[in-house]
Each structure stands twice: as C-alpha cells, then as structure tokens.
Design a protein. Sequence first.
Length: 313
Amino acid sequence: INVTKHFKVSGGLLGLQTGTVRAVDGVTLSVERGETLGLVGESGCGKSTLAKCIMGLEPVTSGEVVFGNRSLSAWDEKKLRSKIQMIFQDPYSSLNPRQKVASIIREGLDIHNIGTGDERREKVNHLLQVVGLRPEHGSRYPHEFSGGQRQRIAVARSLALDPKLVVCDEPVSALDVSVQAQVLGLLKSLQERLDLTYVFISHDLSVVSHISDRVAVMYLGRIMEIGDSKTLFEDPKHPYTRALLSAVLRPDPENQPERIPLTGDLPSPMNPPTGCPFHPRCPEAFDKCRNGRPELMTQPDGMKTACWLYSGE
Ligand code: SF4
Ligand code: MG
C-alpha cells in the first residue's frame, strides 16, 4: 500500500459543476504528510467544492488531483474511500438519527468487510475511547448527545478505516466556542497520535490559523494568498487577507489592526469580475486591477500572494 506523502490539486479549471460555474479555478495545492492545510474564505468561495474534488466526489473538469503520487482516477475507488475521509459541519444532519452510534461508526468496516464481528465491535469501542466517549455510548442514538459529542462521533466514524487524509469541512462552526476548542484539541492530538494529514476548511480565520500549519485564502474559486500560518497571521499581504484578519479579535489589543470593512457582496461565480477577482471590493484597487489578473507570486518571506501590489513589478 502506498503511503501518502502528499497530494496535489492542479490544472486549469477544476470542479466545474455545471460547466458554467467556476467554483474552483486553477487551484494548485499540495499537502505534506502530517500537516494541516487550512482553506479559508467566505461561503461560496469554492472551499467545499475544492474539498469534494480532493475527495473524488466532484468530477474534475480538467487538471487532476494527485493522492499518494497517483492520480485519483488511477486509484481503486474503494481503497481511495478508505484512505480519504471527511468530517462535515453539521453533526446533526451528518449522522443518521435512526442508527445507533456503534453501527454508525462501524459502517465503513462493514462496507469494506474488514475484520470479524468481534474485531469490529472491539474497534468501535476503541474508537469511542479515542475520541473521549465510552463504549456504552455505542448503544445510544445521535439525538441523545450534545453537538460536541456528536462531532466526536463523526470523528470516530472518520477514523474507522485508518485514513491518511481527513478533510474537515467547517467541523466546529456549528459548535459553541468552548466546545470548539475541545474538538480542535481532539483533532490536534489525534493528528499526532495517528500521523494524520488534514485539510481544514472554515470561514473563520481565527479557527483556521489556530489549527493549521499553512493556510490558503480563497476568493471566488481562486487562491489569493497561501503560506505559513504564523506568517500569514502576523504579516498578511493580500488586501483580502488583511480585511479578513482585521475582523479577528487579538488577545493583545495593542496589536489589533484597524477594522477593514468588506463592502459589497461576493460577486457571482457565474460572472466573475475581470482582472483581479477581488477588485470590486478592494480598498486598494487601482487601474491595473480591473484588467489583468495577478498570479500567485512568491514573496521574500515565502508567502505566495496574488495581488498587483506584490507582483514584484
Ligand atoms: Fe486589490 Fe488590486 Fe491587489 Fe486585487 S490586485 S487585491 S484589486 S490591489
Ligand atoms: Mg461550504
């Protein structure tokens, strides 16, 4: 079995759902083994579509997704399904209310016919403990649990097949802040323990920067800025990243940047603006921004930024 070193999404136009909506446009990403890559952006920016491309759940129109040095299409689908797992935002709708927790968690083992009945039961009990629940919780139904506990159940389910990569799509957005921290802490400790790689998607930059090694900021299906999480947080360059970050409250008020309001609505991905996709909302837009689209350029500190202010010209 190939071990996952990294996967890469590359190509011209990715994830065209209907052929007209550019949900994800020319995104190239790689994730190193054991790393957490954060994907951040407003809703509708293409994060979830990109996640589905990574999962192989969304057809890729052109370009390809590489996982463990092999194109997704070259993988045996069943095997791929076990190596890449997903955790969704809503722990209420992602768990079947009619199924007992143990059977939810063991479903993957049943489908893939892994182990004897006893071994599967054993594994389920183990997974419940790994996520901080107890074996006897397996005989209950999802509605008997709190939001945070349900997300723990979803995490246990995602681990049943010993995945290499877990795509977390807004996994804590539906939870209270205190519970968020617990679930994030759980994800972190599981990562170290099980050598997991995460793609962590959220609209909340403070959550993403907290858990991610690197962060990609997406806008209208494109990456505006990508780099080391600490650098991005301390020295953001792209005006869109700066606007997002200015809304994040800092623990030390002295370093709180002035709030940069994001005016105007997110334009339709059906009809993206010419030039820089952010130009209609960018406080620093100038002539060039309306015509030419800036590519990601590597900055002296290693960040990659798609903005004419940082094009080196
Ligand atoms: Fe703003 Fe122009 Fe940079 Fe786009 S390229 S983010 S419009 S300054
Ligand atoms: Mg989404």
